[in-house]
Design a protein around this ligand. Structure first.
Ligand code: SAM
Length: 280
């Protein structure tokens, strides 16, 4: 079977490398070029862009990104079994693919030297998708080094990222994501599209950094506030916030926020105001 780039089909690559999928590494591969090219186009325009790809695996999305015109891809992969497949792609696109054999949780992304504009595009491993996103959202300084995140998550996580107040999915992840970025689900991908097939569907999410998230506040302190508030999401704020603000009721009243409100009722900006109020 021929492929658009002339490299062997992914099934063959996987067989040749003996790449039995490891659940611990969240290995659910996308083998259909039409789908990976659709994801690449959704992250476009790619001309002139540096793409940091997390978890390229045998290289399906990597190949699509390069085919669709990415000037440079920096691919961060933890599983060394994938490296020969990635080296073959690098040989086909001289100077356009850098392979970083590392755990994406411990990479200093700025030190990788991504030229501007740069963005992160990935079919993320389920196991570490949320911590990776939270790490990127907490990037300092802000605006960050990336101009966009285009990321595949389990559908349930995708829905938590874009959730609005007063919905069951609204929580810490929505507050942090929507305060710092504009979020939307681009499209959903059925479980059948992955090999091996996971239990749940996935969705591709776009997050575009806001230049100046409003209101400004300290991101670490904001995390503390949302952890307390959503840790007891059905409780009124005056009681859920007591662990970090003994006089929470007075603080909320001073800020003009109803102490009887619940965390899930409030938009991201209100959590920033509480954070700033706590800082005095
Ligand atoms: N991009 C490929 C695709 O779309 O078919 C593979 C995606 S698969 C869902 C996730 C990939 O992330 C795997 O290749 C896995 O080895 C890699 N991975 C898992 N944990 C990682 C980590 N902490 N750092 C870097 N890569 C990781």
């Amino acid at each position: 079977m021929s492929t658009p780039d002339g490299l062997p089909p992914l099934r063959e690559v996987i067989r040749a490398l003996g790449l039995a999928a490891k659940k611990s590494l969240g290995q659910n591969f996308l083998l259909d070029f039409n789908l990976t090219r659709r994801i690449a186009r959704a992250a476009g325009p790619l001309e002139g862009a540096t793409i940091v790809e997390i978890g390229p695996g045998p290289g399906g999305l990597t190949r699509a990104l390069l085919l669709e015109g990415a000037s440079r891809v920096i691919a961060v992969e933890k599983d060394e079994r994938c490296l020969p497949a990635l080296a073959a792609i690098a040989a086909l696109y001289p100077g356009r693919l850098d392979i970083v054999a590392a755990d994406a949780r411990h990479v200093d992304y700025v030190a990788l030297g991504p030229a501007q504009p740069s963005r992160i595009v990935a079919n993320l491993p389920y196991s570490v998708g949320t911590p990776l996103l939270v790490g990127w959202l907490k990037t300092m300084p802000w605006p960050p080094w990336f101009d966009r995140l285009v990321l595949m998550f389990q559908r349930e996580v995708a829905e938590r990222i874009v959730a609005k107040p007063n919905t069951k999915d609204y929580g810490r992840l929505a507050v942090l994501s929507q305060w710092r970025t504009r979020t939307r689900i681009l499209f959903t991908v059925p479980a059948e599209a992955f090999t091996p097939k996971p239990k749940v569907d996935s969705a591709l999410v776009e997050l575009i950094p806001r230049d100046t998230p409003e209101p400004a506040c300290d991101v670490t302190a904001l995390e503390r506030v949302t952890a307390a508030a959503f840790g007891q999401r059905r409780k009124m704020l005056r009681s859920s916030l007591r662990q970090i603000a003994p006089d929470s009721e007075a603080l909320l009243e001073k800020l003009g926020i109803d102490p009887k409100a619940r965390a899930e009722d409030l938009p991201p900006a209100v959590f920033c105001r509480i954070t700033n109020g706590l800082a005095g």
